[in-house]
Design a protein. Structure first.
Length: 643
């Protein structure tokens, strides 16, 4: 390979050979990892850097299996392929657990003399040794054997939990005359069946518009009940077992709770700091949350005079009416400016300009569904790609139900380009502005993955910072979806007219409405995440009710079991607080930008180079301080919440 040639992108399989491809990749990648470990044990290099590079090679081999398997398990249209991908995930997790408990391997790395290593190599050594210790390598054999068993079972539980959410789509069937208030484009996409009924699913492009616009309260409630019982009862016993096993694992490793174990490698550091943070946000949000809730409830009483409270079955509908009638924002009018195809093109134009990037269609890319698009990413002034991205943005049966960025390839300098996949569930036609904001948010992860993909050490590549920071760059990018001049470059109606600036200003004011009660709801979710893992309640639904009463400003809906479909209990475990922790930092990061000059090249370039490009090569607090010139504070967030 010449100096100017970029590594070739990963060649994904066509559908007819996907199962075989996954099996072969798992065999090849895991055999290579074992070979590298055997070689390292047989003849440990006398050179410290060579030893670390050998361990880096092992991690690259493991990642070559885990990343595509994790993705295809969530997105491939063929259930058999998804099952094979899950199996590959189990195989790589089993080997990863074995290596993490391998004392001989650990002792080789522990014997490395850091003298003479550069700062990044030293950081890689320190983080690697910490991972071994957190894996239980220093425990007696009987304990290590139990750790192996727990980790293998947790992998299966995680996969089953996700599968039940993916496959647990529910639906209601209603007569067309009960759909008054729905947008015409939505009605056109939902014709009545042979029995004269319209099917509405719990997938976002169905459920979000219906719960926002449908005038029939009973229809809204029927769909809300369906949405809040996805994966019930299937996931309830899985969650109990997951919480119990994580607790046992943490105690075997010397931690009091799973939250203590999980927090150790995050910015927050200590599990006990999580409920303190939750209460701090909840207290700060209480006054404005109660004020805005009463406004929505008052609007509900116009239709339901004896209403004593409002819950999630009615909240979106009446919040929208408040926005329309009192804040002068008609969400259905806003939708007419937000055609999906234009939004996607606008997003890429905005991020390209902001970060100095260029996207070109990847004509050679094999995709797993015809709706998926692929692009090679270039520096604006460069000729060689720096990564590849895939956009899988519409719902289908058996697909991941929420919004997330998945790694396909983790970048390593000179060896493999970063490749990432955006997985969302948006309408193919007109979008809600909230979904546009979500698209900007998730694309922020994708850009972070690519820009931070030029790393020597795989462990620091991509979105590899502490988990309570990873959302901050994406949350900050949401600001570009709220700027009128930026929106006007792609938000145009059928006549080609751009969205009016005064409408965007009203949208901003409407978005600020309810931020207090939204923050309280987020703290309810964060409390579930924390207390479920520390208390391991006998009745998850009852504990959900109690925590909702304590933190949310809206009551529990009888007969629902939302925890079963709360996928973050698996992925973020006890750390859902991280979304709000990151938002505090995101507000501080954005304070460095000028709202009147959102594309300022100097500020955007510093942000790209000092916060995004380093990946995990520095602690998150240091990345922020490098950019802001000071440590981050709570001030910008508190000011925003109080506005």
């Amino acid at each position: 390979m010449t100096a100017r040639q970029a590594p070739a992108p990963l060649a994904l399989p066509t559908a007819d050979v996907a199962q075989e491809w996954l099996a072969a990749r798992a065999t090849t990648g895991l055999d290579e990892a074992r070979r590298l470990v055997d070689a390292l044990k047989a003849a440990p290099p006398s050179d410290a850097l060579a030893t670390l590079q050998a361990w880096n090679d092992v991690e690259i081999a493991l990642g070559s299996v885990s990343s595509p398997a994790s993705l295809l398990a969530e997105v491939h249209p063929d259930e058999a392929v998804r099952e094979r991908a899950d199996l590959a995930g189990q195989e790589v997790q089993k080997l990863s657990t074995e290596l993490g408990l391998d004392r001989e391997l650990y002792e080789i790395l522990a014997a490395v003399d850091p003298a003479g290593l550069d700062e990044l190599a030293t950081r890689f050594l320190e983080r690697s040794l910490l991972s071994f210790r957190r894996s239980g390598v220093d425990k007696v054999e009987a304990t290590r054997e139990r750790i192996r068993a727990i980790n293998e079972r947790l992998t299966v539980l995680s996969q089953e939990h996700s599968k039940n959410i993916r496959n647990g789509v529910r639906s209601i069937r209603v007569a067309p005359d009960r759909l008054a208030g729905m947008p015409q484009d939505w009605l056109d996409a939902h014709p009545a069946d042979a029995e004269g009924l319209v099917t509405v699913t719990t997938d976002y492009p169905d459920s979000v518009p219906l719960r926002t616009f449908c005038a029939d309260a009973q229809v809204r409630r029927e769909l809300a009940m369906a949405f809040l019982t996805v994966a019930w009862p299937a996931n309830d016993p899985l969650l109990h077992e997951m919480f119990d096993l994580r607790h046992e694992l943490a105690q075997l490793l010397g931690y009091q709770t799973w939250a203590d174990y999980d927090a150790e490698v995050k910015m927050i550091k200590q599990g006990a700091a999580i409920p303190a943070f939750i209460d701090k946000i909840a207290d700060a949000a209480l006054e404005s949350g109660q004020r805005d809730r009463e406004v929505v409830l008052a609007r509900m009483r116009v239709d339901v005079p004896d209403a004593q409270t409002i819950d999630v079955a009615d909240l979106a509908y009446y919040s929208n009416l408040v926005s329309k009638e009192q804040l002068e924002v008609d969400a259905q009018l806003v939708r007419t400016y937000l055609d999906f195809t234009k939004v996607r093109a606008g997003l890429m134009a905005v991020t390209g300009r902001l970060f100095g990037l260029r996207y070109e269609t990847a004509a050679d890319a094999v995709v797993w569904d015809e709706a998926v698009t692929a692009y090679d990413v270039f520096r604006a002034d460069g000729d060689e790609p720096i990564g590849r991205i895939y956009l899988d943005l519409h719902p289908r049966e058996g697909k991941y139900k929420h919004a997330a960025q998945f790694d396909l390839v983790t970048g390593v300098t000179g060896r493999q380009l970063p490749e990432g996949v955006l997985v969302c569930n948006f309408s193919r036609g007109l979008m809600e502005h909230d979904h546009v904001v979500t698209l900007f948010h998730e694309f922020g992860h994708l850009v972070h993955h690519v820009l931070a993909g030029n790393q020597q050490w795989l462990r620091f590549s991509g979105v590899a910072t502490e988990w309570d920071f990873v959302e901050a760059p994406s949350q900050m990018l949401e600001e570009w979806a709220w700027d009128a001049e930026i929106l006007q470059t792609f938000a145009t109606n059928e006549a080609g007219e751009p969205i009016p600036a005064d409408l965007v200003a009203r949208m901003r004011r409407a978005d600020d409405f309810g931020k207090g009660y939204i923050a309280r709801t987020q703290m309810f979710y964060a409390a579930m995440s924390y207390w479920f893992h520390t208390e391991r309640p006998a009745d998850i639904t009852e504990r959900t009710r109690e925590l909702q009463t304590r933190y949310s400003l809206f009551p529990y809906v009888e007969g629902t079991h939302m925890a079963c479909a709360f996928g973050h209990l698996e992925g973020y475990s006890s750390g859902y607080y991280t979304y709000m922790w990151s938002l505090v930092i995101a507000k501080d990061l954005f304070s460095a930008f000028d709202r009147d000059n959102m594309f300022d090249a100097e500020v955007a370039g510093r942000y790209r180079d000092l916060v995004l490009a380093p990946g995990g090569s520095k602690d998150a607090a240091d990345l922020v301080a490098d950019f802001l010139g000071r440590p981050y504070t709570f001030d910008a967030y508190a000011a925003w919440l109080a506005e």
